[in-house]
Ligand binder design. Structure first.
Ligand SMILES: Nc1nc2c(ncn2[C@@H]2O[C@H](COP(=O)(O)OP(=O)(O)OP(=O)(O)O)[C@@H](O)[C@H]2O)c(=O)[nH]1
Ligand SMILES: [Mg+2]
Length: 694
């Protein structure tokens, strides 16, 4: 492959709602540019991008795949990302390293919840955005409604580039509003097309839109605007300059129509991106930190600058080991070179450097600033790490991955696998920071968490395939808390004075509730030495031990004040041990008398859905003991906010997906602890009693 200067590289992420046709578009791009000689299909499991077993099986994308092709003097690095929100981590990773987001839209649905989500992420990452309204060949394809939904959401930044002429079955033609021609593609998938004059009945509309396009180009630059006002038009070079800068600064969002499956308009999209799309050199320099300091330093996309590169994804591939995907931000990387991992402060040696096309790779000796590639066998480098020149080490801004929202417990299928499972889960976390695993000592369960149930199912499958250990997924226990609503005063007396060494401890305590979150307070109100001060810490210790174990349900006791106010002792038989036992006996008795209750964790849940589903979603949340706390519009969607007990949220992402036909997404965050309703408390108490009597 020839070497490309950064100005001729186009780094794209194909992003969008689930199943809109991103992978099909990536395949059509590769085929159109001649990188592959047959256009595969997602449904046949034959695309270059969706090559992993689980992707073929489920017919969806799970990993962002790196693809590349050469077209129109440019090298295209294409990251085909997954659409399911479970795999949003890969979208965020991809957007951190591309310059342009191609947002794919289903012409039958327009802007969807996932469209909104990925667009926001692209916007935050500073990537320019173009919209490709796909599936124009489907019956009922509706470009205008999609365009209106884009305008409704993104306002007058939306710039129409195509007018479809015959959307629906048999779609093959559109008007190119830049070149002002009618374009007709062959419908056999060859990607061949012919051009002719715009038909008379569409001329006026096309001219109006062409005019609008020039105006938008002019508005991106004061000098161009001045000239436009003076002369009423711009030259082709000026239009190009204006569009390029408007697109790069996220003030113009071009909109195309086409069909990925039938390979219609794909070359037009690529030609547009080659000509007007954002190159690495059009982006501002990255602000990095000098390693180990807070001092900032710029790293421009310049092959002669010191090396800095960001690892945005790692996957383990059979027969190859761990593949690390990176973007060279500045400088040049050559295989065999020694670099510094500034995020982990370790030195790394770079082995082979590859450009990738799904699972196929070509080895290159080096890669320059602005390019994206992969390498293997790094010792201790993980997703989000910076690799840098050793003499001038910097750390680049990392990747702002979303926090996990869903939790499930795992249990080993075979005894003795515990260590392998825990090291496997740890490695999987290092590859995918949106996945977490912890051993929760309180619940005595290993809890894994991620962005959705599908995400966790995929991780568990990887654990089996890559680490050879199998786990069962079980419902995670809920970290309930015990506390009291009333007050009580009781005696705790431990006396054993017959035979052997005697024991004597006698305590009187008062227990009272504390405000939520106040924790435990122990007050020593002993006067006159009725209990010698050396035994008092033992009383407290006895109480704390019971609080850790719980009294009525086996969960921790919280928010309680205990006052030790009276007692007695024996000169010979009293000991720390005796007072500890007395303290714990008294506390158990007092706790049961002081109207004990259970508390449960309640989460703030935000569900984003199209308005039509709002009623169903709210009804369902109420059924889960949720309290709706607000609603607000977000673009064309409604965001329902509610406080819902964690125990009611098991498998919620799956229920929401089926309830909304995949159009709803949710986020959650711990809010507070709240009293459990009496019937639930009784059940939990009974279960605890049964467990203890076994
Ligand atoms: N008729 C028609 N079908 C299409 C088109 N593009 C994609 N499809 C079909 O839509 C389905 C989903 O396509 P994908 O390319 O996997 O969509 P995706 O956006 O990559 O999906 P995820 O990555 O799982 O979010 C497949 O059955 C495709 O064959 C199109 O332009 N026209
Ligand atoms: Mg896909």
């Amino acid at each position: 492959m020839k070497e490309y200067s950064a100005a001729d590289i186009r780094n794209l992420a194909l992003i969008g709602h689930a199943t809109v046709g991103k992978t099909s578009l990536s395949e059509a791009m590769l085929f159109s540019a001649g990188a592959i000689n047959r256009q595969g299909k997602v449904d046949d499991g034959s695309t270059t991008s969706d090559y992993h077993g689980d992707e073929i099986e489920r017919k969806i994308s799970i990993n962002a795949s790196l693809l590349n092709c050469e077209w129109n003097h440019c090298k295209f690095n294409i990251l085909d990302t997954p659409g399911y929100s479970d795999f949003m981590g890969d979208v965020i990773g991809a957007l951190r390293v591309v310059d342009c987001g191609v947002v794919v839209i289903n012409s039958l649905s327009g802007v969807e919840v996932g469209t909104e989500k990925v667009w926001k992420a692209a916007n935050k990452a500073g990537a320019s955005t173009v919209f490709f309204v796909n599936r124009m060949d489907k019956e009922h394809a509706d470009f205008n409604t999609s365009l209106e939904s884009l305008r409704g959401r993104f306002g007058n930044k939306v710039m129409q580039v195509h007018i479809p002429v015959n959307g629906g079955e048999g779609f093959d033609s559109f008007i190119d509003l830049i070149k002002m021609t009618l374009v007709k593609y062959e419908t056999n998938g060859s990607g061949k097309f012919s051009t002719s004059d715009i038909p008379d009945d569409l001329k006026t509309q096309a001219e109006g839109l062409h005019e609008q396009l020039i105006e938008m180009a002019a508005e991106s630059d004061d000098q161009l605007l001045e000239k436009f006002f003076e002369e009423g038009t711009l030259s082709n070079d000026e239009i190009k300059k204006g569009l390029k800068s408007g697109i790069a600064s996220q003030s113009i969002f071009p909109v195309f129509c086409g069909s990925a499956e039938k390979n219609i308009a794909v070359l037009h999209l690529m030609n547009f991106i080659a000509e007007y799309g954002t190159a690495p050199t059009d982006r501002p320099a990255e602000i990095a930190k000098k390693a180990g300091t807070e001092d900032e330093e710029e790293r421009a996309c310049d092959p002669n600058a010191p090396l800095s590169m960001l690892v945005f994804k790692t996957v383990s591939e059979s027969h190859l080991g761990e593949l690390s995907f990176f973007r060279v931000v500045s400088g040049k990387i050559a295989s065999g070179s020694e670099v510094m991992n500034t995020s982990r402060k370790v030195s790394e040696k770079i082995g082979q450097i590859y450009v990738m096309n799904g699972k196929n790779r070509i080895e290159l000796g080096n890669l320059g600033a602005g390019d994206i590639g992969a390498t293997v066998k790094l010792k201790d480098t993980h997703t989000g790490n910076t690799l840098s020149d050793k003499k001038e080490p910097v750390e680049l801004k990392g990747i702002d991955f979303p926090d996990p929202v869903i939790r499930i417990a795992v249990e080993p299928k075979a005894k003795g696998d515990e260590d392998k499972i825990s090291s496997g889960l740890h490695t999987l976390h290092e590859q995918d920071p949106t996945f977490l695993s912890i051993h929760d000592a309180e619940l005595s369960q290993t809890i894994i968490s991620g962005l959705g149930e599908l995400h966790l199912a995929v991780v568990v499958k990887r654990l089996k395939e890559k680490f050879g250990v199998d786990v069962n997924l079980v419902e995670p226990k809920i970290p309930y808390r015990e506390t009291i609503k009333g007050k009580a005063e009781t005696q705790g007396k431990y006396k054993k004075q017959s035979g052997g060494r005697g024991q004597y401890g006698d305590t009187w305590i008062k227990v009272e509730p504390q405000p939520r979150g106040a924790g435990f307070e122990f007050v020593n109100a002993i006067v006159g030495g009725v209990i010698p001060s050396k035994f008092i810490p033992a009383v407290e210790k006895g109480i704390i031990e019971v609080m850790e174990r719980g009294v009525i349900s086996g969960c921790k006791v919280v928010d309680i004040k205990v006052t030790l106010y009276d007692g007695s002792y024996h000169n010979v038989d009293s000991s720390e041990m005796a007072f500890k036992v007395a303290g714990s006996m008294g506390f158990k008795k007092a706790f049961v008398e002081a109207k004990p209750i259970l508390l449960e964790p309640v989460y703030d849940v935000e569900v984003t859905v199209p308005e039509d589903f709002m009623g169903d979603v709210m009804g369902d949340l109420s059924g889960r003991r949720g309290k709706i706390s607000g609603m607000e519009a977000e673009g064309p969607f409604q965001v329902v906010k509610a406080k819902v007990p964690l125990s009611e949220l098991y498998k919620y992402s799956t229920s929401l997906r089926s309830m909304t036909q995949g159009r709803g997404i949710h986020r959650r965050k711990f809010s507070h602890y709240e009293e459990v309703p009496n019937d639930v408390t009784q059940k939990l108490k009974a279960a605890y009693e049964e467990e203890r009597s076994k």
